[in-house]
Design a protein around this ligand. Structure first.
Ligand code: UDX
Ligand code: ADP
Length: 458
């Protein structure tokens, strides 16, 4: 079959692969190829065990794979063979040198740019899809424009706003698609080309355009605003615990103001995921770079509150369990950074588990999808850790249950059965406020929610 367009994506991760699968699904007449330096990952994308758990993803991949969606290891030939290249490689926070712990580590990006340069034999549109610090597109352009001759590269910024766990719906019905470009003739032409792809399934009024700076900055700002809401409600949850106020009641009342809205007002153990912390720290770095100290410290406080919330949670467990966890068995329910994903990057469960181990507790970690990643996150950490998928087996014989992920299955557990199998007094710390606290209290648990009164028999 002759394809109308040939699209490549470099980076087969949580962002690159699902977003390309959606393009392939919506545009059967386009050929979409995804490459990665990680060959195991490519093998997994080509197998029946996809490397990423995301509701609805498997169906779309199965429908398109081998027809117009391909996962390949041959980066060089694929660069040669495709005219539209999305780049979705990872950009972790730098751990060394200038901007350590704040700026993004751009080495993967730069390597990718140099690879594109090396293997291209014709002009290409290069689309920045990962969240990157502002000005990356310009840096990329500089590397690419060092090409001699007639090959031209037009760099676009097209940040991805999908959230894990709801990625397929977010990709299919996004609130908006943002395309940043130069306002030059060739920039506008490339922008039209990319708009044409999205217009196959997204209404034109939702496809918005801007200059490169605005596009790159918008992604950081959107994530910073969302994270700020989580930190704001979490900060108020601390106040609720000291007073008669209840965070769920406060959030409901506040969220019904249509100017505020009711989303992202769930108090918990703090935000995780690969984006929020990294993007805010990028924003902080950017503000400091431009000498805006007050603005930098304003945004930095969002990350500080997130850390504070986790520290508070641990202190609450320790204080209520008579000041010692040594030798006690704690069942950690959920390790993923949110429900419906296997992703554990920056999950609050990492820090909380480490602290429980530091107190010499024995931890039994349970999660329906993320146990493999949990074991990777905690590898090399001293302590007594077990991984048990079945919730009931994990909880049996424990002194406390600690809910860290908002998996729906935890709402439907038979807490009576669990209570019977636990050491008494049995403790339940609901870090996500997802279970029926009164019911668990009446069963016999000592229940400690976030931002509301504890229900205890002690
Ligand atoms: C986020 C952005 O939502 C998305 O637009 C962007 O493309 C990538 O970053 P993601 O990190 O996948 O997506 O998940 P998100 O739903 O935003 O949740 C982030 C964290 O905040 C999770 O740990 C979640 O549990 C927490 N959260 C979210 C809360 O604690 N309370 C809330 O009310 C909402
Ligand atoms: P994200 O959540 O942003 O998608 P991931 O870490 O899940 O981040 O995915 C990024 C992918 O990019 C990884 O699979 C990694 O192996 C891949 N990658 C990094 N550098 C390169 C490169 N130079 N060429 C190809 N793939 C790369």
């Amino acid at each position: 079959m002759k394809f109308k367009k040939k699209i490549l994506c470099i980076g087969a991760g949580y962002v690159g692969a699902p977003s390309m699968a959606m393009i392939a699904y919506k545009c059967p007449d386009y050929r979409v190829t995804v490459v990665d330096i990680n060959h195991e990952r490519i093998d997994a994308w080509n197998s029946s065990q996809l490397p990423v758990y995301e509701p609805g993803l498997e169906r779309i991949v199965k429908e398109t794979r081998g027809k117009n969606l391909f996962f390949s290891k041959d980066i060089a030939n694929q660069i040669k063979d495709n005219d539209i290249i999305f780049v979705s490689v990872n950009t972790p926070t730098k751990t060394y040198g200038a901007g350590a712990d704040m700026a993004a580590d751009l080495q993967y990006w730069e390597k990718t740019a140099r690879q594109i340069l090396k293997y291209s034999q014709s002009s290409k549109i290069v689309i920045e899809k990962s969240t990157l610090p502002v000005k990356t597109a310009l840096a990329m352009e500089k590397i690419l424009s060092s090409a001699k001759g007639r090959i031209k590269f037009e760099v676009l910024s097209n940040p991805e706003f999908m959230a894990e766990g709801t990625a397929i719906n977010d990709l299919e019905n996004p609130d908006r698609v943002l395309i940043g470009s130069h306002e030059t003739k060739s920039g506008l032409k490339a922008r039209r080309e990319l708009m044409g792809i999205y217009a196959r399934w997204i209404p034109l009024k939702k496809i918005i355009t801007s200059n490169l700076w605005s596009s790159e900055l918008s992604k950081l700002v959107a994530n910073a605003f969302l994270a700020q809401r989580v930190s704001s409600i979490n900060s108020i949850s601390a106040l609720c615990e000291k007073t008669e106020a209840d965070i769920t009641e406060v959030a409901r009342a506040v969220g019904m103001d249509s100017r505020i809205g009711n989303k992202f007002l769930k108090a918990g153990i703090g935000f995780g995921g690969s984006c929020f912390k990294k993007d805010i720290l990028n924003l902080v770095y950017l503000c400091s770079y431009y000498g805006l100290k007050d603005v930098a410290s304003y945004w930095e406080s969002v990350v500080k509150i997130n850390q504070y919330q986790q520290e508070r949670f641990i202190a609450n467990i320790l204080n209520n369990m008579f000041g010692t966890l040594a030798g006690k068995k704690i069942c950690v329910l959920g390790f993923a950074f949110k429900a419906d994903t296997s992703d554990t990057r920056e999950s609050p469960a990492i820090y909380i588990s480490q602290q429980l181990l530091a107190e010499h507790a024995e931890i039994i970690i349970s999660d329906p999808r993320a146990l493999k990643n949990a074991a990777m996150e905690l590898s090399g950490i001293e302590g007594n850790i077990k991984y048990v998928e079945d919730t009931y087996r994990a909880a049996a014989g424990c002194h406390a249950l600690v809910i860290l992920t908002d998996w729906d299955l935890y709402r439907r557990l038979d807490f009576r059965k669990i209570y019977r199998s636990m050491v008494k007094p049995a403790f339940l710390f609901d870090g996500r406020n997802i279970i029926d606290h009164k019911k668990c209290f009446s069963i016999g648990f000592n229940v400690y929610p976030i931002g509301k009164k504890a229900l205890t028999h002690l």
